[in-house]
Ligand binder design. Structure first.
Ligand SMILES: [Mn+2]
Length: 345
């Protein structure tokens, strides 16, 4: 893979995924830094989807980048770029996708030269000269391996960023999460060994920073980690929340009108909410189907009973599911649902 990177001779944009989570932001910055090290002749700029205003919803992103001495600016965020920024940033560049492997429609129309990811392979961008899709807990582990194999000296700030992303994605290699692979474990330990003790402590505490969202409104919780999921002609999405269902519906937190606004704006047909909370980790799933268009989705979910996803209650526009297996994250759930939907059609 490094050989292929050495042959890039045009300017590059390293684009993170739609959720703009910590892993995705870290990968965009640290891969851009590596590419600049390998080819000082080219420009490689990180690009984060969303806007700088959204950082309020992701205290771990803001916190870790500030600690690493890399202030996130509006120029790094796709939504904040004005016409002139776009023209200068998007002209004669190619894209490298990190932490996702299917080009989002919001990204600029540029040739995709590379894909580095740890999600299920969508089978797109097959012609990209650099295509590295592996199963691991954090995409940052792959970038960390590139750095090590390159022999280039990893800057301290990148050390901190990569360790932080792996910590958050794997629960500091928590085996109960079922995400950690050998690659994550090896890279995380190597990175942590070289951090100052106070930074090591900060990384070990980063999940708490991430989960302290008491300052957010319900809409911000929904927007924080939202992914559109359009299936069989339905336009919907899945929001990942760090609060349990009973807290989501508690007063005065829950606001029916805000929920309706969010749904109309983002997911016309259905909204799924994946609640992930507690230690050990527990999950619940809620389906909001205000227009009654989610029948096929409900049939598909019924097929997932064998995976421990069980209908527990139906109330007005909502269906609630218990989840026996906390390892079913959104990344695991989405392909399961897509497969189940094909069977019910
Ligand atoms: Mn990731």
């Amino acid at each position: 893979m490094l050989q292929r990177m050495l042959h890039f001779d045009q300017d590059l944009l390293i684009a993170g995924n739609q959720a703009a989570d910590l892993d995705s932001c870290v990968c965009a910055f640290t891969l851009a830094a590596l590419l600049k090290c390998l080819n000082p002749e080219i420009n490689a700029a990180p690009l984060i989807q969303g806007s700088a205003g959204d950082l309020r919803m992701k205290p771990e992103v803001d916190g870790l980048f500030s600690r690493a001495g890399i202030p996130l600016k509006t120029g790094h965020f796709l939504e904040d770029l004005n016409k002139d920024d776009r023209r200068s940033l998007f002209t004669s560049r190619s894209l490298i996708l990190v932490d996702h492997n299917e080009k989002d429609p919001d990204l600029p129309c540029l040739p995709v030269m590379g894909v580095v990811d740890h999600h299920r392979d969508s089978g797109t961008c097959k012609d990209a000269p650099l295509r590295d899709i592996r199963t691991c807990g954090s995409c940052a582990s792959i970038i960390s391996e590139y750095w090590r194999e390159s022999g280039e000296e990893l800057p301290y700030s990148a050390h901190l960023l990569l360790a932080g992303a792996i910590a958050v994605d794997t629960g500091c290699l928590n085996s109960h999460w079922g995400k950690t692979t050998e690659l994550d474990s090896r890279e995380y330990k190597r990175l942590m060994d070289l951090l100052k003790p106070e930074d090591r402590g900060y990384i070990e505490n980063l999940l708490e920073v991430k989960n302290d969202l008491s300052h957010l409104t319900m809409t911000e919780h929904l927007r924080r980690d939202y992914k559109s999921f359009s299936v069989s002609g339905l336009s919907g999405g899945i929001a990942s929340l760090t609060i349990r269902r009973s807290d989501f519906f508690s007063s005065p937190f829950h606001k029916g009108s805000e929920l309706k606004d969010f749904q109309i704006r983002n997911c016309r047909d259905f909204l799924m909410v994946l609640h992930s909370f507690g230690s050990p980790l527990e999950r619940e799933l809620s389906l909001f189907d205000p227009e009654g268009r989610g029948k096929s989705l409900k049939r598909a979910l019924a097929l997932l009973e064998e995976r421990g996803i069980r209908l527990s209650e139906e109330r007005e526009e909502w269906s609630f599911y218990a989840m026996d297996d906390p390892k079913i994250s959104r990344k695991v759930l989405m392909p399961l649902l897509s497969d189940a939907l094909k069977k019910v059609q």
